[in-house]
Each structure stands twice: as C-alpha cells, then as structure tokens.
Design a protein around this ligand. Structure first.
Ligand SMILES: [Zn+2]
Length: 351
C-alpha cells in the first residue's frame, strides 16, 4: 500500500466540511421522523456512520493527536532531507567555483534581473528552484529566494588565491538557505508531488475526481441552479463515499467551468449547423429570428436562428445586445454579425 497523498487544507475543503456538517444535521433530523421507511432508514444509518468518520467529527483530543502526528511526520522528513544533503553542503563549503555549487546543489540556478540580462547571459545571482518554482522564476525583481552575487568578481578561483569576500558570502547565504525550515518543507513537497504525479494510480484517481467534479459543475449549469448548489453536490457526493479529492470544491470551480462548457457546446452546434442533413444531403436552410426588447428606454435586439440540431428543429440564441444603430442597415448588420458568430463563418448567407 502506498501512503495517502498529501492532504491540503484549502478554503474549499473547509467549505465542504462545513457543508458536510449541515448535511449531517439534516440527515439526523430526517432520521427522527417516524415516516422514514426501513430501507431509507438503513441508508441514512450508513450515511451517518460515514459522516462520523470525517475529520470534523473528531473529538478535540483526537484532532490534537492528528495534528501532532502530522507535525512529527513533517519534522522527521525534514530531518531526513537535512541528513541527505549534509555531504553535498560540506562539499559546497570547500568549493571554489559557482559551477560546482550548482553541481552539488542542482536546485540552485542562475537568476537574472530582467529578460534583457537573461538574453545577454548576465546573471545577478542564484535562486532556489524548490522555493521559487513558478515559470520565469529565473527572471524577477523579487529579492525573496534569490541570493545575489556580483559576477564581475569571478566565477571560479584557483587555490593559490584567497577567495573574495563576495564569493564566501554567496556560499554562506546559499548554505543557510538550504538549512531553513521553509526550504526543507518546499523541497519535501516538491519531491513528494513529483513522486505522486508519476504514479499511474494517482493520474487515474485525479482523472476520476476531475470527471466527478466537472459533472457536478455541469449539473449546476444545465439544471439552471445557482453555482452555489455545486458545493452542496460535492458535499453529498462525499457523504455518499464518492472520492472527490481535497481541492476544487468551491463554487469558483463551477464558475470557472462555464467558459469551457460553453466552448464545447458552441463548437458542437457549429459543427451540426454546417453538416448536410441526413434526409436531404443538403445543408439546413437558415431562418433568422429578431425581436426587440426595451427596458428603461434602452433597446436590445434579441437575435436567434431556427435550425436542425440533433435531428430536431431548435431555436438557438445568437445575440442580445444594445442597439447602437437603429437604421435598417444597422439592424441588418447586427443580425448578420450575430449569425456569423453562431455559424462560425459567413457561408450561411449562400444557402
Ligand atoms: Zn529553497
């Protein structure tokens, strides 16, 4: 058995656990009602026993113990990393070149002040890729996680000369960074994340969780519910024992899915609108619809089209924008533009 993946406490997991609490209360309330039939009663008992095992149902004493165990595990791993890197750090202490520092400590990389200095290969120091792992971390104005060095002082020194103070300082700063708790923690997180990401069962689990969450987001949209209902769907799934992971449980995830859902739907509709009909082997004729709506003296044109989609005649919404030009030409143009966007091209005009 592999150990469980790292548990990340995020705002969304807090929301989910709050929702689970609400759900647990409601389920308990249901149970006391005498109208519940025996089969439902059994299902409720199962849900309650599952909810009782969720982290927020732990007693204060059990929670303290869990926190203590997690902290002990983290401290143990940090100690292991410290031991593992000790010989390499000792090697850095006696080294006389930047190249060697980077060979012993491969997480240390060249850092540049800006894009120009990167192009001209003029570094201004070294940075730790475990601690600054975002893209373009090698180019930043931030001082955090970067050890600056004046490269005009030299990059390699032979034994006959005394080391310049700047080079000794660089080594000291690099070593003290490697020994900070923050670095040890970041390094630990990176290697564990890499290890997990390469496991097929992790990838499979992630994909399954992604599908479950995306279905809940789609449900919130297709059933015209508030996106907040997404959070309740996730809480219910969790109570049912479905693996929903530890991330993306907030309504923000459902909201972020709206654009991809729209794009998939739009592409599918466009494809069907531009395919010959099975019955006639010809493209569907075009029928545009225009209606006017004037709330508070502002006129909106609602533009749509009747078309064969999925074997049926459907009315499709194309646009609903404020009318800027009320002339016949202006309205004609807005209808034409809206249908161009709906069909994805201007060829509908030839039908
Ligand atoms: Zn670091």
């Amino acid at each position: 058995m592999h150990p469980a993946p790292p548990i990340q406490t995020t705002e969304s997991t807090i929301i989910t656990s709050k929702l689970n609490e609400i759900l647990a209360r409601e389920v308990r309330g249901l149970k006391t009602q005498s109208a519940v039939n025996p089969i439902l009663q059994k299902q409720l008992d199962d849900i309650i026993s599952k909810l009782d095992k969720l982290p927020h149902h732990l007693s204060a004493e059990e929670k303290k113990e869990e926190v203590q165990t997690t902290q002990n595990m983290k401290a143990k791993r940090a100690e292991d990393i410290r031991k593992e890197q000790e010989p390499r750090i000792n090697a850095v202490k006696t080294t006389r070149s930047i190249e060697k520092i980077m060979e012993y400590l491969p997480n240390m990389r060249y850092h540049y002040e800006n894009v120009d200095s990167k192009e001209n290969d003029q570094p201004d120091g070294l940075y730790c890729s475990d601690c600054l792992k975002e893209e373009n971390s090698d180019v930043s104005s931030s001082q955090k996680g970067v050890v600056h060095y004046d490269f005009t002082k030299g990059e390699s020194f032979n034994k006959a000369k005394t080391l310049p103070q700047e080079f000794s300082n660089l080594k000291k700063k690099v070593i003290s960074h490697m020994e900070t708790d923050q670095h040890l923690q970041n390094h630990d997180m990176r290697i564990r994340a890499e290890e997990w990401a390469s496991r097929p069962e992790f990838i499979k689990r992630n994909q399954q969780i992604g599908r479950t969450l995306a279905r809940n987001a789609l449900k919130a949209i297709t059933e015209n519910q508030s996106q907040l209902s997404y959070e309740m769907e996730c809480a219910i799934d969790s109570a049912k024992g479905i693996d929903i992971g530890q991330l993306n449980h907030s309504f923000n995830f459902a909201s972020s899915m709206t654009t991809p859902f729209y794009e998939v739907l739009r592409d599918e509709i466009r494809q069907q609108l531009n395919e010959p009909l099975p019955g006639t082997n010809r493209l569907s004729p075009v029928s545009a619809i225009l209606d006017k709506y004037t709330p508070y003296r502002r006129t909106v044109d609602i533009i749509g089209a009747n078309a064969y989609v999925g074997g049926k005649i459907e009315t499709l919404y194309a646009d609903g924008d404020l009318v800027k030009d009320h002339s016949g030409k202006g309205i004609g143009e807005s209808v034409s533009n809206a249908l161009d966007r709906l069909y994805g091209n201007e060829e509908w005009k030839q039908r």
